[in-house]
Design a protein around this ligand. Sequence first.
Ligand code: NDP
Ligand code: OXD
Length: 317
Amino acid sequence: MSSPLLIDIKFENSRKFDRLRSTLGGREVIDINDGGDHPEAFPGVHYALVWKPDGKLFTRLPDLTVLFSLGAGVDHIFQSDYLPDVPIVRFVDHTLTTRMSEWVCLQCLMHLRQQRSYDRQQRERLWQELPQPQASDITVGIMGLGELGRDAARKLKTLGFNVIGWSRSGRPVDGIEVFGAGRLDPFLSSTHMLVGLLPLTSETRGIFNRDVFSKLHRHEEIASPVFINAGRGGSQVEADIIACLEDGTLGSVSLDVFEQEPLAEDSPLWGFEQAILTPHAAAVSDIEALGHYVARQIARFEAGEALENVVDRSLGY
Ligand code: NDP
Ligand code: OXD
């Protein structure tokens, strides 16, 4: 008999849950957040799909065999002290990747074309041309060259930016210079716009700090250096970002992720003209694409084929 799929996602409405269920080919789905009366344990449940799960959930799943993440990131899963030794499959999906690249390209262009300054000029009814370097005058350095970083790199290149990248392994990526983990300083000193697309792990926590920002390359004609982050807020030190915006070490930022989410109403970050903030919405998982993906992975698993996009637990991503 096929195992149910248990879900621990806090859906904002039941329509999303119904859309997810409709993609799962009739498999029984248990939504533990539906307000129903659920048993203490779920024997016979082999699969679970989670987003920021209750840490103790796994103690209730004695037969768990494969764990799926609603998102590309899995730091939310590693926070549990009760994580069983089962494969963790993260979500890798074309539409997610495409939308992330749209967000990254949009931010780079916003800063290149000084849109925030033009917004102010519009409010002030001021007719004034600003300097206009072209994309090829700017080097975008991407930290994290995985599924998302590689696609963003390709699209930024198409827009004309010089693109370089930095990753743990330094694995080559077509068409861009890649710096390995030990070559962070030369990477930073060539970079005008720093893009963070890193997973949150013990190694990347707090990596975007004053020391890193102070090594970036300034372009005199735009509000630079620029820091753009859509990886995880835990990788950035917000007190340093604020201080660096205040003293000019950073010219402008775009942030989609924050140390605490939602961002506190009294965070000074809200108030900077040169800070573009979005509410962890750079690339939201499409619920139907997710359902199809999970169904396909379960079918592979049950046919004895390898699961895809399994997290390396020793690396944490
Ligand atoms: P991948 O696992 O495909 O890529 C991760 C990249 O980071 C790899 O290039 C990896 O290096 C690099 N990396 C990891 N650890 C280190 C380290 N210690 N030092 C240097 N490089 C490191 O992830 P994705 O591209 O799919 O996603 C990246 C992150 O984006 C997710 O983990 C998630 O946090 C975030 N995200 C945010 C979204 C949003 O809406 N804001 C949406 C989706 C994802 P190597 O190539 O050597 O392995
Ligand atoms: C993800 C996210 O990890 O949306 O996919 O943050």
